[in-house]
Ligand binder design. Structure first.
Ligand code: AMP
Length: 396
């Protein structure tokens, strides 16, 4: 069974084609600069990577280009589009109603359109990508997989903000959480590695965007991102959690509008804002190593906040079986993992520095110190596979 996974953004359409008999991606690529001067990259294991400029004015033209590549005699991996059994679509936001992955019909699409305001950056392009795929492949099922749905079992006290309750009722202002598909994937892997289904797991998805999630028995009970992905730990360019009056104070002091201060907190803060060097953790670490004090401070702030959230989730869960590191920083930055785990032995968290420093990249690894009460794992995330799996389960 072949499943196509599509992740449509405002000017891009990423895709992966999975062979679910072998659980592997047999082709992947990205149509970028849709509506501008298109470029497509296409990769298949065992074949040379392909990259070319292409003319796609919209998502429909982009998906037609993808299907052309997948069935191309030289570059392709399938004989006909008919081999694609179903398509899985990534949505960042499923609102309060789409609480699990689902086959997308008119009602679901109307609901997604109604909540676009909650997710103005990613919602409308994802809907447009879905519509284009549905037009081009009308006879197969299209499944929506929502980053927020992993959090649909959180208790009210974890998702209702302590502001006037009417604001939640009227505007649906609450904690939604994001990166759910990634946290779901790595938490399930960790439970498998522990051999314990009802495990208490803290997953740290640390990348350009970062979030931390607490999972008990396969269900998320709390997460650091909130109403938007702006909450929680500091990120590449996002501030993460702040005293709520800080934005208003900046507005008054600098004479900025709400949109302008949003830009400051979204695009000019985090690692970039503190270091003044870069939003990329590698650049910041390099600058810190060469004596840049603000770069070193940016990294310390990140570590400090990750620790704080891990600690609070251990309190919430009354313990933890495993801490997991994933995404760009979590999977690759050995120093960050060591610094986060430093001084947490009282909680049972301790890593083997040698293993942490030498372990292979791209594979699941147990980096715990011998005898540590809590396991620490590095698990490469695979959101696309999770989307393919949900799509398969809903269309079998
Ligand atoms: P992501 O958003 O998951 O792609 O992660 C991007 C972040 O991962 C950036 O801050 C990168 O600096 C960081 N990253 C990627 N590769 C490495 C690496 N080899 N060492 C340290 N950080 C890395």
């Amino acid at each position: 069974m072949k499943i196509l996974v599509v992740n449509a953004g405002s000017s891009s359409l990423k895709y992966q084609l999975f062979d679910m008999d072998t659980n592997t991606a047999i082709a992947k690529g990205n149509c970028e600069r849709i509506g501008i001067d298109g470029v497509v990259t296409h990769k298949c294991p065992g074949k040379e990577d392909y990259k070319t400029s292409a003319d796609f004015p919209d998502h429909r033209a982009a998906i037609e280009c993808v299907l052309g590549l997948l069935t191309d005699e030289k570059l392709g991996v399938i004989g006909s589009v008919k081999e694609i059994a179903a398509v899985g679509h990534r949505f960042a936001h499923g609102g309060e109603k789409l609480r699990a992955s689902t086959v997308l019909g008119p009602d679901e699409v109307a609901y997604l359109e109604s909540i676009a305001e909650l997710n103005p950056l990613h919602g409308p392009p994802a809907i447009s990508g879905f519509k284009a795929c549905k037009e081009v492949m009308p006879d197969i099922k299209h499944v929506g997989v929502f980053d927020t749905s992993y959090y649909s079992n959180m208790k009210e006290e974890a998702y209702v903000y302590p502001i006037p309750y009417e604001l939640y009722e009227e505007y649906k202002i609450r904690r939604y959480g994001f990166h759910g598909t990634s946290h779901r994937y790595v938490a399930a892997k960790a439970a498998e590695m522990l051999g314990k289904k009802d495990a208490k797991i803290i997953t740290c998805h640390l990348g350009n965007g970062s979030s931390i999630t607490a999972t008990v028995n396969g269900k998320a009970i709390d997460t650091s991102m909130g109403f938007t992905p702006q909450d929680g730990v500091p990120m590449g360019t996002r501030s993460g959690a702040l005293d709520p009056t800080v934005p208003m104070y900046i507005m008054k002091k600098k004479g900025l509008t709400a949109e302008e201060v949003e830009k400051v907190l979204n695009n000019q803060s985090g690692l970039l804002g503190v270091s003044g060097v870069s939003s990329d953790c590698r650049d910041v670490a390099k600058a810190a190593a060469s004596g840049n004090a603000r770069a070193a401070l940016a990294l310390k702030i990140l570590v400090h906040n990750i620790k704080k959230i891990i600690g609070s989730y251990i309190a919430e869960m009354n313990g933890v079986d495993a801490v997991v590191f994933t995404a760009g920083i979590g999977e690759n930055d050995r120093a960050m993992r060591e610094n986060v785990c430093e001084g947490m032995d009282w909680l049972g968290i301790a890593i083997d520095k040698e293993i942490n420093n030498t372990c292979e990249r791209g594979v699941d690894v147990d980096i715990s110190a011998k005898g540590a009460k809590v396991k620490t794992f590095v698990i490469p995330t695979n959101e696309e596979y999770m989307i393919a799996l949900d799509t398969q389960n809903l269309t079998k």
